[in-house]
Design a protein around this ligand. Structure first.
Ligand code: HEM
Length: 612
């Protein structure tokens, strides 16, 4: 009984329980002298039966209304009469009291989705403002200007701020380029992917598109921006050769990792520390691996004697660094480059021209090789694995032989993969080495796994041995959970759907904030901790939607084309490095800067200490 009072005391009463409460209260309040134990028992029995019958007979709305005062609806826990009965225990049937209110489940209109209201004030003036930028950047910038509370620091802070303020679904009014809806809950992300259809549409990188379509006058805007059947067909042609390349060139990829190991030994100082620009060395490793896989060429990025500034690899690395910097400058902020040529866009285009020139050269060479061969002879030869060296690059050749692809289109495709894919891989590897350096226990466990498969220093690695390294794979997953290269993925809805009880119409641009989901406590316990164990198959923490809580490579038919390539490269290099060195890092925490790809915000001054 007392337990029941206490339970009632902390809730607001509905009508039946309110009557019950009044009954009990009256019976105990009518006392003029202290009650004997027997009297107390009798009164409780009376109270119980009156209470039960009052619950059983519903009251009329009118009768109740007159009895309920707005302030009496919550039962105080400290009532004197109740506390006097503390030692008596009376059993009454457990009667559940439930509300009969039915809820309207009709989805709410799109306009009701919460979002920055201040923007509405500007809505009618926006049409006079020329197109300032991509939907996200433009809206977030204006959001910052209007609310004055956002600091644009090139990371996911603005997204986090909006979710913290408006909840799990946020609408940004974009009168210029359509409204944007932002989500982070895994079940909402799952719903968007479920409805994405056969040819999903995502946003592209506007300035790269501008380079192709307006500056170079190319036909295609690039793989990240290409949409519809055009891309679906191309993608269908590429998936298989991409997977095959890894098997063919695994040995060469391993050699590239060995070269980086040698280079580390060469560049580290007396304290075994590498220079702060170690990120450049990782870029060289990323580019060398890429040119092996895509062009079937060793371009010499990791030349032990270093790179001559005028050499082709040195020019590519310089152009890549510059392209990356000016791409992020052009994509964020007010995009004045849309109206006139700014210094940033000039530098970006100059860097792209260098990369394009080199790719163009290799495409022409591959074309020349193929010219004397008929497509049928090529296919015949290409079916045996050992002659691939002489035959050029299977992927490049396939693209050239594709009747639909012009050399310009191929160049566009390869350039985007370099600027975004290679950058994503090398920066992810940088974060992984950092997390391992900062977590010696995890590094030790990883070393044990690797050591069992690579007993001596120079032990060879195979694709098969990588398969037997679940902890290494878990470390990579965990690193990409904490620092996904791309903090969000976008889709344009092919049809109307319901999200969080709101209608979201067809053609709405949806931002799925992957980095936010993967940092939330409800999705991952201790979300800020680097805990690879959570990804092991025997872990019970994994919930129904966990698959959608961390999607570093996206999901579905338009997910990352280079996923397997990136994972294999990262596994190979990490296995080699951990086998050779104990990695340490002695400086301030490394966070990330968003520069179209997440990049470390501090120099990578790792110590690579030789293992005995
Ligand atoms: C750790 C490294 C990488 C990460 C985290 C990553 C992540 C992503 C993400 C999130 C997407 C968008 C997926 C979506 O919209 O659902 C994407 C697309 C893509 N990625 Fe990667 N990527 C990486 C490396 C690479 C590499 C090495 C290549 C190629 C060599 C590559 C090529 C592509 C291409 C071509 C697309 C567009 C796919 C399409 O539209 O069908 N990526 N990547």
């Amino acid at each position: 009984m007392q337990r029941m009072f206490i339970r009632c005391g902390i809730v607001n009463l509905n009508t039946n329980s309110f009557v019950a409460w009044k009954t009990v209260r009256r019976l105990f309040a009518e006392k003029t002298r202290p009650l004997t134990a027997i009297e107390r028992q009798e009164r409780f029995r009376d109270a119980s039966s009156e209470l039960i019958s009052s619950i059983a007979q519903p009251q009329t709305a009118g009768g109740l209304a007159s009895e309920i005062s707005p302030t009496s609806a919550t039962i105080p826990l400290t009532d004197a009469a109740v506390s006097q009965q503390a030692s008596n225990v009376f059993e009454i049937p457990d009667v559940s009291v439930s509300s009969e209110v039915t809820r309207d489940k009709t989805p709410l209109p799109f306009e009701d989705i919460p979002g920055p209201v201040a923007l509405k004030i500007f809505e009618k003036y926006w049409k006079y403002v020329p197109l300032l930028g991509t939907q996200l950047i433009c809206s977030l910038l204006i959001n910052r200007l209007t609310l004055g509370q956002l600091k644009w620091n090139r990371n996911v802070m603005p997204l986090k701020y909006l979710f913290n303020r408006y909840g799990p679904i946020v609408r940004i009014h974009g009168p210029i380029s359509g409204d944007i809806v932002m989500i982070h809950r895994p079940e909402h992300i799952a719903e968007v992917y479920k409805q994405e259809g056969e040819a999903p549409v995502r946003s592209g990188i506007d300035v790269l598109q501008h380079y192709r379509l307006h500056y170079r006058k190319s036909r295609l805007p690039g793989p990240f921006t290409m949409q519809g059947t055009e891309w679906t067909e191309l993608r269908g042609n590429l998936d298989k050769p991409f997977a095959q390349q890894l098997t063919r060139y695994f040995g060469k990829l391993e050699m590239t990792c060995d070269e980086l190991v040698q280079r580390i030994r060469k560049i580290r100082n007396r304290q075994d520390e590498v220079p702060g620009d170690f990120d450049q060395d990782l870029s060289r490793w990323g580019m060398e691996s890429f040119s092996i896989l895509l062009l079937n060429r060793r371009l010499g990025f990791l030349e032990p004697s270093g790179l001559n500034a005028a050499s082709e690899p040195a020019r590519i690395i310089e152009a890549l660094t510059s392209a990356h910097l000016y791409l992020s400058r052009c994509e964020s902020g007010f995009q004045v480059w849309r109206f006139f040529e700014t210094p940033y866009i000039r530098k970006l285009f100059a860097a792209c021209d260098v990369i394009d020139g080199v790719i163009g050269k290799y495409i022409r060479q591959a074309q020349n090789k193929l010219r004397n061969r008929s497509a049928s002879t090529y296919q015949e030869k290409n079916s045996t694995a050992d002659n691939v060296e002489d035959n050029g690059s299977p992927i490049l050749d396939k693209l050239i032989l594709d009747q639909e692809m012009q050399p310009d289109d191929i160049s566009t495709l390869i350039m985007d993969m370099i600027i975004l894919g290679v950058q994503a891989t090398t920066n992810s590897e940088a974060f992984l080495l950092y997390y391992l350096a900062r977590n010696p226990r995890i590094q030790r466990q990883l070393y044990e796994e690797i050591g069992a498969l690579m007993p001596s220093r120079g032990s060879e690695l195979t694709q098969y041995s990588l398969k037997k390294m679940p902890y290494l794979r878990a470390c990579i997953k965990e690193c990409l959970r904490l620092r996904p290269a791309f903090p969000y993925v976008t889709r344009v809805l092919p049809k109307s759907i319901t999200l969080h009880g709101y209608v979201v119409p067809k053609d709405t641009y949806v931002i799925m904030a992957n980095q936010i989901s993967s940092h939330r406590e409800e999705n991952f316990e201790d979300p800020e901790k680097f805990k690879p164990e959570r990804w092991l198959s025997n872990n019970t923490e994994r919930g129904e939607h966990q698959a959608f809580s961390s999607l570093p490579f996206g999901y579905g038919v338009r997910s990352c084309l280079g996923k397997q390539m990136a994972e294999t490269e990262m596994m190979l290099l990490t296995a080699k490095l951990i086998r050779e060195f104990r990695i340490e890092y002695d400086y301030a925490d490394i966070g990330s800067n968003y520069m179209v790809v997440n990049v470390p915000n501090k120099p990578l001054r790792f110590r690579f200490v030789d293992r005995d």
